[in-house]
Design a protein around this ligand. Structure first.
Ligand code: HEM
Ligand code: HEM
Length: 175
């Protein structure tokens, strides 16, 4: 059950972090309204940091089953590797954003109030720009890998109807 809660929390946080990420990077936006620039920044920073924390917990829970890996079939092994690449890329993108704000010395807060530690030395604005552009560039890969994941999950749900989708949903049998 914990894995399912983690999976869908991370999914919802990704929606928040992606929408707020592109919104705050949109130079044509006036930045005013209920979700003004400050609010959008808080949503982005908070959901990004929570994604980093939750994916790390998820990996630690799954790592306890590493001994079972060699018992899996080749197909199951490839599937585990694919899921690791997907979650690992999400984690990397989040860490790069966090590293960029640490490098620039801008600081980062959860919910706009709770200061979070720096995870990278304060090396200046040039480093912040470099880390941040890598942060943004990796999104293309994330969309491709997550897109394949989502399409195949829906294929299992709507066409194959084999219970794979429900293994991560709240009603089915856990795998
Ligand atoms: C997995 C988590 C994250 C995802 C998927 C994500 C995604 C994005 C996206 C899509 C953009 C817009 C890119 C563009 O310029 O086209 C962006 C920008 C940015 N992100 Fe993230 N982000 C994440 C976590 C973080 C974290 C944890 C921080 C800081 C603590 C952060 C700080 C920033 C900053 C400063 C920008 C630039 C905004 C601007 O240009 O005004 N991100 N992010
Ligand atoms: C509409 C969105 C999504 C759907 C329908 C979906 C569906 C699924 C399904 C059906 C499984 C079980 C597959 C199996 O056990 O073979 C699964 C597992 C997984 N999904 Fe997603 N997913 C979605 C979004 C995401 C996102 C955004 C991530 C990014 C981190 C993600 C990461 C994972 C991982 C790492 C697993 C393996 C879970 C484990 O066993 O620990 N998913 N997903």
């Amino acid at each position: 059950m914990l894995i399912r809660i983690l999976h869908w929390s991370v999914f919802l946080l990704f929606i928040g972090v992606i929408l707020s990420g592109y919104r705050q990077a949109d130079s044509g936006w006036s930045g005013v309204g209920f979700f003004d620039r400050d609010m959008v920044h808080i949503v982005h920073e908070t959901s990004g940091i929570l994604i980093v924390i939750l994916i790390t917990c998820w990996a630690l829970i799954r790592a306890s089953k590493i001994m079972q890996f060699r018992l899996l079939t080749v197909y199951q092994k490839l599937l585990v590797i694919y899921h690791c690449v997907l979650a690992g890329l999400g984690l990397l993108i989040g860490m790069l954003g966090w590293m960029a704000s640490s490098a620039g010395g801008y600081g980062q807060k959860l919910f706009g109030v709770l200061p979070m530690p720096n995870i990278f030395p304060k090396l200046g604005a040039d480093w912040a720009v470099l880390l941040n552009s890598t942060h943004a560039d990796l999104m293309t890969w994330f969309f491709i890998i997550a897109g394949v994941h989502i399409v195949s999950a829906l294929f299992h749900l709507l066409v194959l109807r084999d219970g794979v989708f429900y293994s991560i949903w709240f009603s089915g049998k856990e795998r």
